[in-house]
Design a protein around this ligand. Structure first.
Ligand code: 6PG
Length: 235
């Protein structure tokens, strides 16, 4: 597990963008599949990416997918796609054909199946597991990642790449990329900032059995933790 600590959220987001650009430069003639998470942490990353690094990025070679989505329409304030569209997609020259939205407005079970078929069609598949080049994850202060919450650990080992699930705190239905694609990505990246995440970061760094984020961090083929000093305070 590679740990990158920067003084604040902006600087660790910058480091992460530069890492993605470096990866894309390793094989300059191919597309890269990047699965995005939602929540508030990536918003700063997307803002920086669409402003300071818009020119440096070869948007023609990125295929955007989603790690998870709330089961709401794309115009809803909870929509991960809606947030990403507003802060990133509407501000950069990426074709709609390269953006594969998880349809939060659809029937969750049917959409999990549809999107599973879609990623299996678009990506390399190993033993039934779709392999993303980069999976960008956050972590909740309860230790969840994607939309896999503590107590839902069966989603970490299921053979279904995407699952219909729910947020246990408010019952909100969700769609989530499950454990096997999360850990088998070519690179699994966590972006975690803020002192309220410091205990989760400690758990993730120390052990692999204290929740979904820690499990993914400890079982992923290749994992990098991008955190700010506030989130690193207990290390
Ligand atoms: C979501 C995210 C989720 C997120 C964590 C952290 O849909 O909510 O995919 O897994 O990464 O909840 O969220 P914050 O960045 O808002 O702390």
């Amino acid at each position: 597990m590679k740990l990158i600590v920067e003084k604040n959220a902006m600087e660790v987001s910058r480091k992460l963008i530069l890492r993605i650009l470096d990866i894309m430069n390793e094989e300059p003639s191919r597309n890269y599949s990047i699965a995005l998470s939602g929540g508030s942490t990536p918003a700063q990353l997307f803002d920086l990416w669409s402003s300071e690094y818009k020119q440096e990025t070869d948007w023609d070679r990125i295929l955007f997918f989603w790690v998870d989505e709330r089961c709401v329409p794309p115009t809803h304030s909870d929509s991960n796609y809606g947030m990403t569209k507003k802060i990133l997609l509407d501000k950069v020259p990426i074709a709609e054909a390269q953006v594969f939205r998880l349809q939060g407005e659809a029937d969750p079970v049917l959409e999990a199946a549809r999107y599973t078929d879609l990623v299996r069609d678009k990506l390399q598949v190993k033993n039934g597991v779709p392999i993303f080049d980069i999976v960008l994850l956050g972590a909740g202060d309860d230790g969840h990642t994607s939309s896999i919450f503590p107590g839902q650990e069966e989603l970490l080992t299921t053979t279904a790449p995407y699952a219909a699930c729910y947020n246990p705190y408010n019952g909100q239905k969700r769609l989530a990329l499950t454990g096997q694609p999360l850990i088998n990505a070519n690179l699994t990246i966590f972006l975690i900032t803020g002192q309220n995440k410091s205990t989760v970061v400690l758990d993730m760094y120390k052990s692999g059995d204290t929740g979904p984020a820690a499990y993914v961090a400890h079982h992923a083929k290749q994992v990098e933790l991008y955190i700010d000093k506030a989130a690193a305070i207990e290390l």
